[in-house]
Design a protein around this ligand. Structure first.
Ligand code: GMT
Length: 376
């Protein structure tokens, strides 16, 4: 049976927006009608699909309000689309505000639409510590018809922090294997001034404090004292000024290439030898999965859901948070041992194929929708 599915996420750059959009695209390819109900067009929605629709939520600024009423505008739009399009499912990404808005929309529409909420991390591991929001997060989770989280670690953390009376299923993230694979992009090396004998280390993030980009720069500094290497820093965000200052203090400006926000990341991964992801919190680490799918092993911190993606000594290495020395030692070991590097690279690709295959994950969501609809 073909379903009508509404999807709400934060559509701008960020792992949760990426997953929501990719899920919508793959569900559309399976024949379902997808209605994105978001504040702007999801950024990865890069081609026409006859069965993907976009309904823009506009939160206007009125002089009587201190803040634009996004949540109410979203709930109203969700209710309108649910009723008009006879949606079967509203799949929202983030407990607050999106699950709470969906619950309100269901009541407003009077329709028996099923609410599926996916937790991505920030809503739990950051906002969950705010006592003023905890009740709303719990409400959003408990009143959803089904709740998923992107790693086992996030499921555990949700129970620990929020204590909801609700079962939460782990549904891992995925990538589109047709996009994330090793591609021929060696011309980029020459264009970026990377010599053949230099190793390429990559970091991709939104440069928030939680990503610990200064640790990446410090580890790279140590690595580059032993082997010729270049660091690709991809993304932008609040920590950028601090990171630039550190690069200049360490006198490694010539070895660090700042690329800002980029699309077509597979081309950058394809010229990279190693990814560093040294975050303080990470419910999953989608960029690690993207890099691994292109055959790039990852050295990452042993936090949150990362150990469910990066397996110590199998496809990468895990290091304690802030332990820059161990990161550098492991990186040097891996980058100077071609045999082990090749083995980790193959294992990275295998892990993505076996554990995080898009077909397997999308079918899991699909089964969940059908199960809920059968419960009537
Ligand atoms: O932290 C980010 O980079 C953004 C954030 C988001 O909400 O988009 O990412 C979270 O969701 C991603 C997709 O599920 C996960 O891969 C990230 O690990 C997670 N970030 C955190 O837990 C800090």
């Amino acid at each position: 049976m073909k379903l009508k599915i509404g999807i709400t996420c934060y559509p701008t750059v960020g792992g949760s927006g990426v997953i929501a959009t990719e899920l919508g695209k793959l569900l559309a390819e399976k024949g379902h009608d997808i209605h994105f109900i978001t504040s702007s067009m999801p950024f990865r929605l890069n081609r026409m699909y006859h069965n993907i629709f976009f309904h823009q939520v506009e939160a206007n600024q009125y002089s009587v309000f201190q803040y634009p009423p996004y949540d109410i505008a979203l709930a109203s739009k969700m209710a309108e689309i649910t009723k008009r399009e006879k949606l079967d499912v509203l799949h929202v990404h983030y407990a607050i505000p999106h699950a709470v808005c969906a619950i309100l929309a269901k009541q407003m529409s009077g329709e028996n639409v099923k609410i599926v909420t996916t937790l991505h991390g920030t809503d739990i591991t950051v906002l969950g510590y705010d006592p003023s929001l905890k009740g709303a997060i719990r409400f959003g989770i408990e009143k959803s018809d089904a709740v998923t989280a992107v790693s086992k670690s996030l499921v555990d953390q949700t129970y620990e922090l929020i204590q909801p009376n609700k079962s939460i299923h782990t549904v891992y993230n995925f990538i589109d294997e047709r996009v994330y694979k090793s591609v021929e992009s060696s011309h980029l090396k020459e264009e970026y001034g990377i010599q053949d004998h230099e190793k390429v280390i990559i970091h991709v993030s939104n440069f928030r404090n939680v990503k610990r980009v200064p640790d990446v720069v410090k580890a790279f500094h140590e690595i580059s004292r032993h082997i010729p290497a270049k660091l690709l820093l991809v993304g932008d965000g609040p920590e950028m000024t601090i990171v630039c200052k550190l690069v200049s203090e360490l006198n490694i400006e010539k070895q660090v290439i700042f690329l800002g926000k980029q699309d077509n990341l597979e081309e950058l991964y394809s010229i990279s030898d190693l990814m560093l992801l040294l975050s303080e919190k990470e419910s999953f680490g989608l960029v690690a999965l993207e890099a691994m799918a292109c055959g790039v092993p990852c050295i990452a911190t042993k936090v949150g859901g990362i150990p469910e993606v990066v397996e110590e000594g199998v496809n990468g290495y895990l290091c304690p948070l802030g332990d820059i020395e161990t990161v550098a030692t492991r990186a040097i070991e891996l980058l100077t041992d071609p045999k082990r590097h090749q083995q980790f690279s193959l294992q990275s690709i295998q892990t993505v194929r076996k554990k995080f295959h898009s077909e397997q994950i999308v079918s899991k969501y699909e089964r969940l929708y059908y199960e809920l609809l059968q419960k009537e």
